[in-house]
Write a protein that binds this ligand. Structure first.
Ligand SMILES: Cc1cc2nc3c(=O)[nH]c(=O)nc-3n(C[C@H](O)[C@H](O)[C@H](O)COP(=O)(O)OP(=O)(O)OC[C@H]3O[C@@H](n4cnc5c(N)ncnc54)[C@H](O)[C@@H]3O)c2cc1C
Length: 318
């Protein structure tokens, strides 16, 4: 099995010295398992973004925009395409003047590569309220827009105003109003070849001490209720009116193991990988859980985790 193709070779030639070949992706994800990317580009600034756009448009190479890898499972055989990752210059968190500043409204522009927990802490340090929930989600702003990440009673849909989106395939570069992204439950219209370069969130003046107390409360709640170790958060989307974790537990699968992967004994909607484990074991366990839950509870669970480089996506059977 090879990760090479005519499109990969053409993209590599167009990207030249900027691109890395066969870069292991496991260490760039929270699962810490899985194979390499055929091509990997860390975007250091606008020039790289333009270069990536040309290479993708001309070669037709498949693209994966990688954030902090906290919602991905990469197959052991790797990814036969170009992985694009925004570098440190896309991590800035900057307060901007808005038209309603006199009413206490504030807007903050968050770089696509900014870590949500870091951005949450920075907004609290600016004495702003409304982004504290993000301290518990270990993703990037770009990944959070794509997934409409959320928790603790809020989500990106509740605070995102607009985002700069660059389409690597079509070459479009525009600031898109949040309404046009149709953020829904763990869903948006951001496509695989689109890069969220930054997002602007609408916050309001708050009390710094109260914000810090809320951050501490959220971090504490996470420690108590979620497992540590190698995982990507919730594996399955909650079906309407139910919780995926409840169904997995009801099916008797809490703690169930398959090779190097295990349904967390602490939270049944988490699957953990052992150190040095295999992504294919995680995937096989996901399929087993789906089949057993369907059999015992009558519901086909859908994956929230993005599966990268596997032969077939999880079938929607519902
Ligand atoms: C311990 C743990 C707890 C978690 N808790 C929560 C939770 O409470 N709520 C929740 O919603 N999620 C949770 N998650 C999942 C995850 O953190 C979120 O989905 C997060 O938004 C993913 O961001 P990321 O940067 O890691 O994206 P990645 O995992 O790198 O990518 C996820 C998707 O976003 C796309 N993407 C990434 N960056 C960009 C970008 N700049 N532009 C365009 N597309 C991009 C990728 O192509 C991919 O499709 C948890 C994960 C872990 C490990």
């Amino acid at each position: 099995l090879t990760l090479r193709s005519a499109a990969v070779d053409e993209a590599a030639a167009l990207l030249g010295a900027r691109v890395e070949r066969e870069r292991p992706l496991g260490p760039l994800t929270t699962y810490r398992v899985g194979g390499p990317a055929a091509l990997y580009l860390e975007v250091t600034g606008e020039e790289d973004l333009a270069l990536a756009q040309q290479a993708v448009a001309r070669s037709g190479v498949p693209v994966l925009v990688l954030g902090r890898g906290s919602n991905l499972l990469v197959a052991d055989r790797g990814y036969a395409g170009l992985v694009v990752s925004l570098g440190p210059s896309f991590r800035q968190v900057v307060a901007e003047e808005g038209p309603d500043a006199d009413r206490g409204d504030r807007r903050v522009r968050v770089g696509g590569a900014a870590s949500l927990p870091v951005a949450a802490r920075q907004t609290v340090a600016m004495a702003l309220a409304g982004f504290e929930w993000a301290v518990g989600v270990p993703g990037s702003l770009g990944g959070a827009v794509r997934m409409n990440a959320g928790g603790h009673g809020s989500d990106m849909a509740a605070c995102l105003m607009d985002a700069r989106v660059v389409d690597l395939r079509l070459g479009h570069d525009e600031v898109v109003a949040a309404e046009r992204l149709e953020l829904g439950y763990r869903h948006s219209l951001v496509r695989p070849e689109q890069v969220v370069v930054w997002g602007r969130v609408a916050l309001h003046e708050g009390d710094r001490q109260a914000g810090e107390a809320l951050l501490a409360e959220i971090v504490q709640w996470r420690r108590e209720h979620q497992p540590g170790g190698q995982n990507a958060g919730s594996v399955f989307i909650n079906p309407p009116g139910d919780a995926a974790g409840r169904l997995v537990e009801a099916a008797g699968l809490k703690g169930h193991r398959r090779g190097s992967a295990q349904v967390s004994p602490k939270h049944a909607n988490f699957i953990q990988a052992d150190g040095g484990g295999s992504a294919d074991d995680v995937r096989a366990l996901m399929e087993e859980v789906r089949a057993v839950v369907a059999d015992r509870c009558g519901v086909w669970l859908q994956s929230e985790v993005r599966l990268i480089g596997f032969e077939e996506p999880i079938a929607p059977r519902s």
